[in-house]
Design a binder for this molecule. Structure first.
Ligand SMILES: Nc1ncnc2c1ncn2[C@@H]1O[C@H](COP(=O)(O)OP(=O)(O)OP(=O)(O)O)[C@@H](O)[C@H]1O
Length: 262
């Protein structure tokens, strides 16, 4: 369901042209992903090249089956690629061992899913700090306080997920991703299970994380209003990048989506 609140105005991301390679939080070059083989092979991604500058917010859109989730999973190191390269913070994922890849996902990548995936027996605060504790890391109290303040849940920290609304649960999930100060946070339909108002809150929080906390977000969405919160929209069709839009508005994104004709 589309969200209703208008996106905040926001600065454009750093121009990619002359920026050094390290300015990209994530890059993919000539990415191909084929599922299966022979007559049952499905080309989910076909020669996708994309760069996401640090401190920017990218939305990925396209018709059902166009490869959005596959792209997110490949960029996040959750899925292997058939050919091409993916770099997270300058590290080529194909050069990593399984253990190194697991560490990179744990330490440098944040995830937010459509279903909030919180641990029901833990409080909101415990959910936020759990990944860091599991990784054997201390949580920086100042950073945690900043995340909590931004997420606007200071008075809900001792609540368990069942005592929180869907929007509040998703804000905890976003905070959990950000507490580890990831290089990039991947969000797969983060507002898909929320009503428009709760969705707007979560999107506003993602936007603030980029603007005031220098975080990088890559979000898959079907919702033009959600995409309007991003700095840039990448449009996929049949596994290929068919268009991009800088400084999107919901109206322009909707207009572009209509041209896919489905
Ligand atoms: N594990 C898999 N095995 C075989 N084919 C797959 C697998 N995962 C995805 N595909 C196929 O790859 C293509 C892209 O799927 P993907 O889920 O990335 O699309 P999407 O744009 O995220 O779709 P939706 O908007 O419906 O979630 C589709 O044709 C899909 O059927």
């Amino acid at each position: 369901m589309p969200t209703t609140a208008p996106p905040q105005s926001h600065p454009a991301p750093a121009a990619g042209g002359d920026a050094p390679a390290t300015a990209a939080a994530v890059r993919a070059f000539a990415l191909r992903k084929v599922y299966g083989s022979g007559s049952s092979a499905v080309t989910a991604l076909d020669d996708v090249t994309v760069g996401v500058p640090r401190g920017s917010f990218l939305a990925v859109m396209g018709p059902s089956g166009s490869g959005k989730s596959t792209l997110l999973h490949c960029l996040a190191g959750l899925d292997t690629v058939t050919s091409g390269t993916v770099e997270v913070a300058g590290t080529d994922l194909s050069r990593l061992s399984d253990a190194q890849l697991t560490r990179l996902r744990r330490d440098r990548v944040g995830f937010v899913f459509q279903s909030f995936n919180l641990v029901p027996t833990l409080t909101a605060e415990e959910n936020m700090t759990l990944p860091a504790l599991l990784a054997g890391r201390k949580v920086d109290p100042a950073w945690l306080a900043e995340v909590v303040a931004t997420v606007g849940l200071a008075d809900r920290l001792s609540h368990r997920p069942s005592a929180l609304s869907g929007g509040q649960q998703q804000r905890v999930a976003v905070a959990r991703a950000l507490v580890a100060r990831p290089e990039v946070t991947f969000a797969d339909e983060p507002t898909g299970n929320l009503d428009s108002r709760a969705g707007a809150e979560v999107l506003g929080f993602l936007r603030r994380a980029v603007d005031t906390m220098d975080q990088t977000v890559v979000m898959v969405t079907h919702d033009p209003v959600a995409a309007g919160y991003a700095d840039r929209v990448l449009f996929l069709a049949d596994g290929a990048v068919v268009d991009e839009m800088a400084d999107p508005t919901a109206a322009r994104v909707l207009d572009r989506m209509k041209r896919f004709g489905d």
